[in-house]
Design a protein. Structure first.
Length: 179
């Protein structure tokens, strides 16, 4: 088995693959680090073995930065668009409200306040501050809207995607400052 491993590593290094990529590929196919590392890294390189949080496994800092930005811009757009739509035509959102909300306050007042909340949430998402929490709050907001409107398929299928995008943002590893 060691010859098969040595052959795979030699062939991929000759093709220009990085050691981190080769190691990641081998780990994903069932090889253990105890089998891979002695063959891939000579004794002098043992201190440079990538850890599970390295860019070989988690992605590079720039790609995390771009991913975070793309998710935050997309989610902020969703909430800003909804707030603008409610502001321009408040009666359009009234049929989404459950009865208990309209018993507590007038629908137009609630929708105006909710529009303000959506704008604040959008700005928070765009700020990039505490993205774990803004992502979780966005997911919770979409979950609430969706669970109260399960029979409206035109809202449901989009909101499921927005919900999971919000969770993706919340669970992205924190990216370090760009150098």
């Amino acid at each position: 088995m060691n010859n098969q491993l040595q052959s795979y590593i030699s062939e991929n290094l000759a093709k220009g693959a990085s050691k981190e990529t080769i190691r990641s590929n081998l780990l994903s196919t069932g090889w253990t680090k105890e089998q891979i590392d002695p063959v891939l890294y000579p004794q002098s390189e043992q201190k440079d073995i990538p850890t599970p949080t390295s860019s070989a496994v988690m992605g590079s800092v720039p790609s995390l930065y771009v991913s975070s930005w793309l998710l935050r811009i997309g989610l902020a757009f969703v909430f800003l668009y909804a707030a603008a739509s409610l502001s321009l035509n408040p009666s359009e959102g009234e049929h989404f409200l459950p009865t208990f909300v309209t018993m507590l306050m007038p629908a137009k007042l609630f929708l105006s306040l909710f529009g303000i909340y959506e704008i604040i949430l959008s700005l928070w998402l765009l700020s990039g501050k505490w993205t774990k929490y803004s992502g979780l709050l966005a997911a919770l907001t979409i979950f609430g809207i969706t669970s109260l409107n399960l029979t409206d398929f035109s809202v449901l299928f989009r909101n499921v995607a927005i919900f999971f995008a919000s969770l993706a943002l919340a669970f992205l590893p924190p990216s370090q400052k760009r150098k």
